[in-house]
Design a protein around this ligand. Sequence first.
Ligand SMILES: NC(=O)c1ccc[n+]([C@@H]2O[C@H](COP(=O)([O-])OP(=O)(O)OC[C@H]3O[C@@H](n4cnc5c(N)ncnc54)[C@H](O)[C@@H]3O)[C@@H](O)[C@H]2O)c1
Length: 274
Amino acid sequence: MTEPETREKQVVVVTGAASGIGAGIARHAHARGMAVILADIDTTALDRLAADLGGAALTCATDVADSGSVHALADLAYDSFGRVDLLFNNAGIMRAGFLWQLGESDWDAALGVNVTGVVNGIRAFVPRMIDQGGGRVVNTASVGGFAPGPMMSPYSASKFAVVAITECLQMELSMVGAPVSASVLAPGPVITSVFDNPFGAVSHPAVDRMVAQMRELLGSDGLDADTFAELVFAGIDRGDFWIAPQGEHLDAMVRQHTATILERREPVIRQSFR
Ligand SMILES: NC(=O)c1ccc[n+]([C@@H]2O[C@H](COP(=O)([O-])OP(=O)(O)OC[C@H]3O[C@@H](n4cnc5c(N)ncnc54)[C@H](O)[C@@H]3O)[C@@H](O)[C@H]2O)c1
């Protein structure tokens, strides 16, 4: 690990940086010459990515579900660079299955990482960003945070929560005239390990159909993490609140869900993600 060369660089913190979307964002930020702090619970993969980046990034073993761990991450970032310009609250996990079969530990895990993890990031970094006079917090939701999917209740609920929390954050920052902004990042299908084995041991023909549909979607529409990261930074450059690089997927979700509510219909299982 090498020491940061200059304090003029933009400083980026990425949680869930060790793989998938987070790793793509970290690589892109590094390629842009930003100072990058990689945070993840998977320290082996974290060290591998840091080595790939030529030892130029700081790493921090972080469990986002643990408030003390995220505060330690913020301390490392501020002790090392004195500021953080971009925080990606990106770490996320999938827990899936029939609602009546999912256990307490599934809910604790999904809500702990996907929701409390985001809140921990906001609490640890936003006060310091306000003090430093700028910054942006990008919270990773999902297009699934706009329309619930069967068998994914902990994931759907957590991603709806991330959208709501980020909207609240932006409104509250505006209310007090804080020089800090927030963004919702709503990925559509991106080729990562998040959907590798979402349903574990659950066996049912309806589940097999869903898994086949998800795999097909990833094959047809899935972006690789580096292409996705490029589009994310284009949204940041524009100052977008809604960052949805695969806008057609977001719009389809919003339209379908909104129509269901406005027309007072029962929720329907999506036949298509478009
Ligand atoms: N891949 C997609 O198609 C897709 C679609 C919509 C939303 N997302 C969201 O994008 C984000 C990144 O997911 P991904 O697809 O890159 O998955 P991924 O599984 O490749 O990466 C997730 C990373 O989060 C880390 N992580 C898990 N628990 C953690 C914890 N407690 N503390 C710190 N790090 C932890 C993992 O070790 C992993 O490196 C997630 O929030 C996910 O819900 C992904």
